[in-house]
Structures are given as structure tokens and as C-alpha cells.
Design a protein around this ligand. Structure first.
Ligand code: ATP
Length: 247
């Protein structure tokens, strides 16, 4: 950042804002994404801008689900692409899960810009909706998917999901793994696993967890999945926010 000193107490937060704004300017992120980011910032502030124990547990479960999956897919929107493109590309390489562009506000130009952006960060093939394959029970543009990607995926990792699609995917029997700073959102409550953390911290932690769990047998992944309770991690994150309100 040109004019903000690194010593500024909000340096990291301001740096992320600039990344999102650059995403909008590059046609990767929607202007609506700025508002979603602002909501995320507010929750991050209340959570103390650190990754709590609730996030660690959810990161571990997410890694276990991704490793156990038969057909995992990483669903990417404009905010995730702007904030963590390198980490998404590395996660795809580490898990074998393809990257698929999927956005809420219809724009084939933006879909193509996100795919180009991911490729510029080292991605190979990036799946795009073909305009034909569609998921049942979703009204928004997010219903359009790739026939070899989300359409047939058993596990979908989707940082910054929207509530409607998350609920529809769950109704279709899919496992949804999400990252959402708001433990009260419909997405957070409907997902199989919710990492209540900033994607900027969650993705590096997830990559490290994948690396560690790859050295363990599938029976270990299974035990992690069986022991995981999403309601419990959401309650812990919510308690943290409520205690910040009282402080
Ligand atoms: P829902 O439809 O699930 O109820 P919403 O309507 O509250 O969600 P959206 O506007 O669809 O929210 O998406 C914004 C969500 O993304 C918010 O819950 C916000 O906390 C979260 N978010 C924004 N930026 C980040 C980030 N960097 N890391 C993690 N979560 C984020």
C-alpha cells in the first residue's frame, strides 16, 4: 500500500480492502462484494481478528472431508478470487479438487475474468458454468454449474457461500464446507462445516492441515468427521462475539 505505513494499527485490514478494490477494478469482484467484505470486517473486528479454537476445529474437519471426498470441488466467487487466489490454486493442487467459478450476480465477463485471474496465479483448468447444467431448488445465477464439477460433486468447499445455495446443496445431499465470519448467517448454519474466520487466515491454515492429514490413514479422517459438531463451533464463535460486546 503506497500511503499507509506498516505500523498503522489497521494496516492488515486496509491492505485487504485494497485487494478487494483491486478485484473490482480488474472486473473480478462485483461491487456488491465490497459490501459483503464490509460485513465480514465487522465480524472479524468483533472476533478479535484472530483464529479461535472454533476455527481450528473446523479447519481440521474441512481437511478431513476434502481428503475423504470422491468428487470434491472448490467453488470460487469474486471475493475469494481477489483475496486468496494463490491459496485456492494450491488447495486445488493438494487435493485434486478442480476450481469452479460460481458467482451470485450474473456476468459471463466476470466469470471469464475470475478464471483468467486464477490461471495467472498458476491454475490449470478452471471450470465455468456452461449455461445449461443447473442445480435444482436455486433461483439465483448460482444454480448454473459445470456438468463435471459442482453438478456431480459430493463435497463442495465454498468460501463465502450464499445462504440459498448452501441450503439447496444440503437438500441435494451434498456436503458443504464454508468459510464465513458471521456465525449467524444462513450459510454458517446450513453448512456441514463452517470455518468462522477470515479467508485470509483460514486458507493457509487449511493448506497446512491438509499436509498433516495426508500423512494419516483414512480411518483418522473418518474419526475427525464423526467427532465434529458444527453447532458447537458456531456457538463458540457466537459466544466470543457476545463477550466482546460486553467488554
Ligand atoms: P447468508 O445468505 O448466508 O445469510 P448474508 O446475506 O449474510 O449470508 P452475503 O452478503 O451473502 O451474506 O455474504 C457475505 C458473507 O461473507 C457475510 O456473512 C460475511 O461475514 C462473510 N465474509 C465477507 N468477507 C469475508 C472474509 N474475508 N472471510 C470470511 N467471511 C467473509
Amino acid at each position: 500500500m503506497s500511503d499507509v505505513p506498516e505500523s498503522h494499527p489497521r494496516y492488515e485490514s486496509l491492505r485487504l480492502r485494497e485487494r478487494i478494490i483491486a478485484g473490482v477494478e480488474a472486473g473480478v469482484t462485483s461491487p456488491h462484494g465490497l459490501i459483503a467484505h464490509g460485513r465480514g470486517e465487522a465480524y472479524d473486528y468483533l472476533l478479535g481478528e484472530v483464529s479461535g479454537a472454533w476455527a481450528d476445529r473446523a479447519v481440521e474437519a474441512t481437511a478431513a472431508y476434502l481428503l475423504r471426498a470422491q468428487r470434491p470441488v472448490l467453488s470460487v466467487n469474486g471475493n475469494a478470487a481477489a483475496l486468496v487466489p494463490d491459496e485456492l490454486v494450491r488447495l486445488s493442487a493438494a487435493t485434486g479438487a478442480p476450481l469452479e467459478v460460481n458467482i451470485f450476480h450474473t456476468s459471463s465477463d466476470r466469470e471469464a475474468a475470475i478464471a483468467r485471474h486464477l490461471r495467472a496465479h498458476g491454475a490449470g483448468d478452471v471450470l465455468l458454468p456452461d449455461g445449461v447444467a443447473a442445480l435444482e431448488g436455486i433461483e439465483s445465477n448460482r444454480r448454473f454449474v459445470h456438468p463435471r464439477g459442482i453438478l456431480r460433486a459430493d463435497v463442495i468447499f465454498v468460501p463465502l457461500e450464499d445462504g440459498d445455495r448452501c441450503q439447496a446443496l444440503r437438500r441435494l445431499g451434498r456436503e458443504v464446507l464454508t468459510v464465513d465470519l458471521n456465525p449467524l448467517s444462513r450459510t454458517a448454519r446450513a453448512a456441514t462445516v463452517t470455518i468462522v474466520d477470515n479467508v485470509i487466515r483460514a486458507l493457509p491454515a487449511l493448506l497446512e492441515q491438509i499436509r498433516q492429514l495426508q500423512q494419516q490413514p483414512p480411518s483418522h479422517w473418518q474419526r475427525i468427521i464423526e467427532a465434529f459438531d458444527n453447532n458447537s463451533v458456531l456457538a463458540q464463535a457466537e459466544n466470543r462475539i457476545r463477550s466482546a460486546e460486553e467488554a
